[in-house]
Design a protein around this ligand. Structure first.
Ligand code: CA
Ligand code: CA
Ligand code: CA
Length: 227
């Protein structure tokens, strides 16, 4: 489905970068090996939605936290169920943030909040800062561990205007190639891509706001029926 679009994202990392998965930093060198590892099976797991600047209690903890309420969502855009073991997110600083778990059915999404990321980092001996999504623009990378080799599967770089109070960036429609700005909670009127679609962020669920809602007046409705 995304073979062409994401071909650049399926390059394995160098073995040198995989020696210490528990080290303070994983050297995620982006040098391509050129060929996929034997037994490597392409899976249709992609980043689907990211919220970098939370201004509300997204994870339902009872408190608003700039760390714990950030979130990232992945989607299974393929036709078969995928075991998420070994699917990890990392930041542009080459440090692991989180490893997903469980089985994701076709079309399903799974969210990771900053608190889950923090807890995973603590439990696994990584620097514990949560997802660490910068509010001035940043990037998140999705890897699949193939044996001990992290293989880059997807990445998304967001800009400053995407990281404002409770705006998320996500594929629209879910799993599709196009990214949009879900800006219902903090409308964006600028002209930079991605433009706002007046839809609300949807952590852990598929988006239900398919068509942006345009302001409608009674006079404009009557105008539709004038001959
Ligand atoms: Ca942030
Ligand atoms: Ca919270
Ligand atoms: Ca969603």
């Amino acid at each position: 489905m995304f073979g062409t679009l994401f071909s650049k994202s399926t390059r394995p990392l160098t073995a040198a970068g995989t020696r210490s998965l528990r080290g303070a930093a994983l050297a995620l060198a982006l040098t391509a090996l050129g060929t996929a590892a034997p037994g490597w099976a392409c899976a249709d797991i992609f980043l689907n939605e990211i919220l970098a600047d939370p201004a509300r209690d997204w994870n339902g903890s009872g408190a608003v936290s700039s760390r714990d309420d950030e979130w990232v969502e992945v989607i299974n855009a393929g036709a078969t169920a995928v075991d998420l073991s070994g699917w990890r997110v990392a930041g542009p600083d080459s440090i692991w943030r989180y490893e997903f778990s469980g089985v994701l059915q076709p079309g399903q999404v799974q969210v990771c909040y900053g608190k889950q990321s923090y807890d995973w980092e603590v439990a696994n001996g990584f620097p514990a800062f949560g997802l660490r999504l910068s509010n001035s623009g940043g990037e998140l990378l999705l890897f699949q561990m193939v044996g001990t080799t992290p293989v880059l599967r997807d990445r998304y770089a967001y800009t400053d205007h995407e990281a404002e109070d409770d705006r998320s960036s996500g594929r629209s429609p879910d799993g599709g190639p196009h990214w949009a700005l879900f800006d219902a909670l903090t409308p964006y009127s600028g002209t930079e891509e991605p433009l706002g679609n007046a839809c609300a962020p949807s952590p852990g669920t598929r988006q239900t706001c398919v068509t942006p809602v345009q302001p409608t007046t009674w006079s404009s409705l009557k105008a539709l029926y004038r001959s």
